[in-house]
Design a protein. Sequence first.
Length: 112
Amino acid sequence: MRLIKQTYKSQIMILTTTPSIEDYKIIEYLGIVSGIAVNMQKMKMTFNMQKYYEGISDSIAEVKEKAFSQLKENAEKLNANAVVGINVDMELTASNYVTVTITGTAVYIAKK
C-alpha cells in the first residue's frame, strides 16, 4: 500500500492506491477524478544511453508531479479530502513524449 499525505490550503489530502484507508471511514464517494500531463518538449536522442535514460527519468518525474497536482485540484473541486484506488499509467510514445494519466475515486473520509 502506498499512502501519500499532502497538505494543500491547510487541508491534508490523502492519496492511496488501495480502495480504503486504515483507521478512516469513507463517508461519501464523490466521483472519479483524473490528472493528465504530457511533456511538451521533445526529448533529445543521444548516443549516450545513460544520459538518454536520465532524461527520460527526469521527464517522467516532472510530468507525474503535474498529473498528481491536477488530480488533487480536481478532487478538491468536489470537496474531497482523499483519493482512493489510484491508478497511474505512463506512456512513452515513439516520438519520445511522456504521457502520465492518473485516475482515482475522490472521497470524503473521517477518522474512525
